[in-house]
Ligand binder design. Sequence first.
Ligand code: MG
Length: 156
Amino acid sequence: MRIGHGYDVHRLTEDRKLILGGVEIPHSKGLLGHSDADVLTHAVMDALLGAAGLWDIGHAFPDTDPAYEGISSLLLLERVMEMLKNRGFSVGNVDATILAQRPKLAPYIPVMRENLARVMGVPPERVNVKATTEEALGFTGREEGMAAHAVALLEE
Ligand code: MG
């Protein structure tokens, strides 16, 4: 078994869609980034790559490459899964936390779990997603951005 950790931050801005775990969430602001800026999926990918000893998503999918502009992060996760499969890894489980002041994410979490689990080829019970505010403190509290943490266990 191999364990990995991922952490990511994206800035909130107007005129962008808010996409978390592949779910488009109605909100006045969205996350800024080269891809769809899905901060949850990015943290999950970094946890998976970390567990496999494969560095991080910045090296797997450079943001200088126009191929990744606006790309769905679920497609990037699909590629991460190919990299893992080629090296003989499968996903044991993933646990992730989104840090966001607003909006309330609870109604969308079951679909985020289903999306991530489908791409990872595991049942949704093996992909836990949580959301918390940081009590109006810091950059997430000021609604300047969102962050996500993830840990992943891989089986070899
Ligand atoms: Mg990112």
